[in-house]
Write a protein that binds this ligand. Structure first.
Ligand code: SF4
Ligand code: SF4
Length: 464
């Protein structure tokens, strides 16, 4: 076993791991091979294979760290990417193994040391990560083009001619919800607090790439609910995508660059909370401290930033919630996003909020916290396993007879919609904060928004 940290700590070696982002030996050693994580692992549940379990994957990482297995062994590569990085194993591990940072570092190692990918794969990767997700205006531009495609008739034409099927883009295209709302642009809108209790609080919305565009209506709903509960909330300029997709893909330098820009954007607001509406973004933002721990200029600032991050459901459940005045008489079920339940350990708070809504009936589904198969872009690159998990989830939803499935993450929302559609389910998929917004009167809420947002509100129905 070779463990040698060079004095210049930027470049490390741990057996077959070397360079930047080497998995941490202490984290690896924490596993005592008890196997308690196996039943909670979706890939183990589907395959029944030890290698497809958290314990199996940790054994593989240990084998590379001990020079018993080549980093580029196809089995290692296969298992590091078959993992959904859902972190269910982490939540149940009695030894506190931090599996997420280990699998992310292992992927980063593969990206650093593997032979170059094919030219088309490299072009696609750099178009997605180096352009689309690297700058918020780029993402908004692409979503604007998608909106035009959906509304101009081009979508109907592409579907009717079978062109999408030919390009093998039909299923991916079908997952996109209709983009009917305008993107939420940082700096353009703010929501003054309803200060019925006389206190003055400030909060700042983390917009995100998908949430600020495809699900901009959800971000606006979240801001209205936060304002209704006594905080002024705005959307600071200069913020970027959270970097979660880059971390999951082992592209740590790209993720660090985005993290630095987000820290710069939010730092001027002291210790005010940073409100997040997507579980995946929240988990990534709360881990900036770890991501930038070796950066002398950002390490302490990143830790401070992470300490301010609150998922919107976590933030609201911590408050003495203003009772929502409108009764919402329907039966719903709750699907727990992995990055809310496992990575952030937020499980009781969403249920507390749901129970605060008059008339609402919550029916728990089976395996609510088992991954739905979305997992970043997993459902695009590992479709078979993702579909199996999605179908399983859809069957559990159907058993509840709920008319709405409530969740808190864009990937889950899109995966649930597609899975329900495939399985003949008619339940509507919504965000918890949309339901809360409905219970507060939606966009009609008095004093909820100002300026350009007031114009946007005229075209926004309650809850939408
Ligand atoms: S990761 Fe944790 S639960 Fe799983 S085998 Fe290791 S010690 Fe046990
Ligand atoms: S992160 Fe999820 S899929 Fe990966 S090993 Fe852990 S439980 Fe299994």
């Amino acid at each position: 076993m070779a463990i040698a940290a060079e004095p210049d700590a930027d470049l490390l070696r741990l057996g077959g791991f070397s360079g930047h982002d080497v998995p941490e030996d202490d984290l690896l050693r924490a596993c005592v091979h008890c196997g308690m994580c196996l039943p909670s692992c979706p890939t183990y549940r589907l395959t029944g294979q030890e290698m497809s379990s958290p314990r199996g994957r940790l054994w593989l990482m240990r084998a590379v760290a001990d020079d018993r297995l080549d980093l580029l062994d196809p089995l290692f590569d296969e298992q590091m990417y078959q993992c959904l990085n859902c972190r269910a194993c982490e939540a149940v591990c009695p030894s506190g193994v931090r599996y997420g940072p280990l699998v992310e570092a292992s992927r980063a190692q593969l990206e650093q040391h593997r032979p170059p990918r094919s030219l088309p794969a490299r072009v696609l990767r750099s178009a997605l990560m180096g352009w689309l997700f690297a700058d918020a205006p780029h993402f908004r531009l692409a979503i604007g083009a998608t909106r035009f495609y959906q509304r101009s008739g081009l979508q109907k034409l592409a579907r009717a001619t079978g062109m999408l099927k030919l390009l093998r883009m039909d299923e991916m295209e079908a997952m996109l919800p209709p983009i009917s709302r305008k993107s939420l642009i940082p700096g353009d809108e703010r929501w003054p607090a309803d200060r019925t209790d006389g206190t003055v609080r400030q909060a700042h919305l983390f917009n995100g790439c998908i949430m600020g565009t495809v699900f901009a209506n959800v971000n606006r709903a979240a801001a209205r609910v936060v304002a209704r509960n006594g905080a002024d909330i705005d959307v600071p300029v200069g913020q970027q995508c959270c970097g979660a997709l880059q971390v999951h893909a082992g592209m740590m330098d790209d993720a660090r660059m985005l993290a630095q820009r987000n820290i710069d954007a939010f730092e001027r607001f002291g210790d005010d909370p940073i409100i997040v509406t997507a579980a995946g973004c929240g988990a990534a933002l709360k881990e900036y401290g770890h991501l930038l721990k070796d950066d002398p200029a950002y390490a302490a600032r990143a830790a401070r930033f992470s300490a301010r991050v609150r998922d919107v459901n976590e933030y609201l459940a911590e408050r003495d919630l203003v009772p929502p005045p409108v009764a919402v008489r329907k039966t719903v079920t709750y699907q727990e996003p992995c990055h809310l339940a496992h990575a952030q350990r937020i499980t009781a708070q969403p249920r507390k909020l749901l129970k605060s809504i008059r008339g609402l009936q919550l029916v728990e589904m089976k395996e609510s916290s088992l991954c739905c198969g979305s997992a970043g872009i997993y459902n695009l690159i590992r479709k078979e396993m993702a579909d199996e998990l999605g179908d399983r989830k859809a069957r559990h939803v159907l058993e509840t007879s709920a008319v709405e499935v409530i969740t808190a993450n864009p990937g889950c929302a899109m995966q649930l919609r597609a899975s329900l559609q495939r399985n003949g389910g008619r339940a509507r998929v919504r965000y918890l904060v949309e339901l809360l917004d409905e219970a507060y009167g939606g966009a009609r809420t008095k004093r909820s928004i100002v300026g350009r947002a007031a114009r946007a509100a005229k075209s926004t129905l309650p809850g939408g």
